[in-house]
Ligand binder design. Structure first.
Ligand code: G6P
Length: 548
């Protein structure tokens, strides 16, 4: 790699390589971590590592370090339920849950090639399709750590109604995963549902190896014992106060690059069998570090030749997972890069360590999410009728255009000009564009291709997130991280709306309130937000062409 040093560490089941633009800064960072005994102190659940302000939260969030041992007992309990369900002809597993309560099982099941339907949406067309599936063969896992997430509660209500409508008692078909003492635990016990309690000392995005990751994956027949074995195999290396510790190395690299101005991490699959890992790591890194005006922005790309990876910008660290050795040919513009090769369970624990380490170096509490609540309360206000209903700035054919104040030139009258004006606000050195689509992520999947086209068009880092899924992942970074983002929201009319049983709002009203509420929080922070609202799902084709 031109202009940068290059190094490698490997051990039992893992191999990492690192490129760094500033070898001295990187080496000093690793040395300090070793001298301070950071790895063994994380393993020993030392809550003082992130400073006095973070201590209270850290004190109850370090239970993830030895889950590869403590979660063992769950494996047989889950297998017993799985066998019972299969004997009763129940083969379809649907998971209702947001963020940390669904991203891990999604990648675990995909890696194992087993079917798990993840319902992490409030889009009415998406929800309706899930509740109209083969209910006689369905078990629904309702996962929520807090037990108070409105999306998950609404999805549960929709399934309860759907089961009853076809004469199935939801009691034998709903399995709940939650923290002890949550409101969901109480209501689930009252309803007679099977309840798995998770470890309350593990935060959502670190919960892959708790009941949150294991119950839905195990019921879908993924090999969760192997996943725990993989994590257990790498644990000694991660707990060692050594410069060869891969968690220290990766955390130090991400933090040193960040301090040197490379504050975006472009993440790509280099031949691993778990391509969806990027979405899981995205939540872990973005929500853990994106706060107090700082942080690491994950930019998940589809392939090793995707724009932002090739070519990259000087503010990007390039990171791959899997055995591929792309840096033989690809040169990160920043000089900072890493390849991380390990099996899935090991990757998960390694990235958790690396994130906690990066948080310590950057002076960030990696266990809280102080800005997530703001979007939730703005959405609540909209639903209660307290929020001002937005009016479009103009309508161009099938697209109604909304803009936050202060950046759209007067007289703008076409989608083309509005998009060009938004992209024109991007800072050439540090700016990034976030595309946020509050749509049906299966039906409208082609829209995700706009990430690449807009990255080419702008020459800047571009992220793509489905709403409301991203609100529980990168949403924290967008609101709490550096003031460098510009935001393109895409919303639309559903084919048909759907009532949320026994609630005073429909799914589409809820989804709209989430988009408008989050847009308002971003706008209140002075960030440019453009919302394009299409009249029918078919109009998205035209919009895609417009964004190319
Ligand atoms: O599991 P739940 O309590 O329903 O939370 C689901 C998600 O909600 C919030 O958005 C948090 O920021 C996430 O970290 C969490 O994973």
């Amino acid at each position: 790699m031109t202009g940068s040093a290059w190094n490698a560490v490997s051990g039992d089941g893992f191999a990492l390589t690192f490129g760094y633009a500033d070898e001295a800064a990187y080496a000093a960072t690793v040395e300090a971590l070793v001298a301070d005994g950071v790895a063994s102190r994380i393993a020993g659940r030392d809550a003082t590592l992130w400073g006095p302000e973070a201590e209270e939260e850290s004190g109850k969030r370090l239970g993830w370090v030895d889950l590869s041992v403590r979660s063992r007992a769950l494996v047989s309990d889950i297998a017993a339920v799985e066998v019972q369900l299969r004997q009763r002809g129940v083969f379809r597993v649907v998971l209702c849950g947001m963020g940390g309560s669904s991203l891990a099982p999604e990648v675990i099941c995909a890696a194992d090639g087993v079917e798990l339907e993840v319902l992490d949406s409030s889009d009415p067309d998406f929800v309706r399709k899930a509740v109209e599936g083969k209910l006689d063969e369905t078990v629904v896992v309702v996962s929520s750590k807090s037990g108070g997430t409105v999306e998950t509660d609404s999805q549960r209500r929709a399934f309860e109604r759907a089961f009853r409508d076809v004469g199935i008692d939801p009691c034998g078909r709903i399995v709940v995963v939650t923290d002890p003492g949550s409101p969901l635990e109480a209501s689930a016990r009252e309803a007679g549902y099977r309840v798995f309690l998770a470890d309350p000392e593990v935060g959502g995005r670190y919960s892959a190896l708790t009941a949150f990751g294991l119950v839905p994956s195990g019921l879908a027949n993924a090999n969760i014992a192997t996943l725990l074995d993989e994590a257990e195999a790498i644990r000694p290396a991660l707990e060692a106060d050594s410069p060869d510790n891969p968690g220290l190395r990766l955390g130090a690299l991400l933090a040193a690059a960040n301090l040197a101005g490379a504050d975006k991490m472009v993440l790509a699959n280099a031949g691993s069998s778990f391509p969806g890992f990027g979405d899981w790591a995205e939540q872990l890194v973005a929500e853990s570090t994106g706060k107090n005006g700082r942080g690491i922005l994950p930019v998940v790309v589809d392939a090793l030749d995707s724009p932002n990876f090739v070519p990259s910008t000087p503010d990007e660290v390039l990171v791959t997972f899997g055995p591929g050795q792309v840096f033989d040919t690809v040169r990160p513009a920043s000089g900072w890069g890493a390849t991380v090769d390990a099996p899935l369970g090991a990757q998960m624990l390694l990235w958790e360590y690396a994130t906690a380490v990066a948080g310590r170096i950057l002076g960030i509490n990696p266990f809280d999410q102080p800005d997530v609540e703001s979007a939730k309360s703005a959405a609540r206000e909209m639903l209660d009728g307290g929020g001002e209903q937005p009016t479009p700035v103009f309508v161009d054919g099938p697209v109604a255009v909304y803009a936050s104040p202060g950046w759209l030139p007067d007289g703008t009258a076409t989608v083309t000009d509005a998009v060009a004006a938004l992209l024109g606000t991007l800072d050439a050195d540090h700016g990034y564009l976030a595309v946020q689509a509050y749509l049906d992520r299966h039906r409208d999947a082609a829209l995700a291709g706009t990430r690449d086209t807009l990255a080419v068009r702008t020459g800047r880092p571009v992220t793509f997130g489905w709403g409301p899924r991203f609100l529980h992942s990168t949403g924290q970074y967008h609101k709490g991280g550096p003031d460098t983002g510009v935001y393109l929201q895409v919303t639309g009319q559903p084919v048909a709306d759907l009532a949320v049983p026994d609630r005073p709002f429909t799914f589409h009203e809820f989804l709209t309130a989430q988009a408008v509420g989050d847009g308002k929080v971003l706008a209140d922070k002075g960030r440019p937000v453009l919302r394009l609202h299409v009249s029918t799902p078919a109009d998205l084709d035209g919009l895609r062409a417009e964004l190319a």
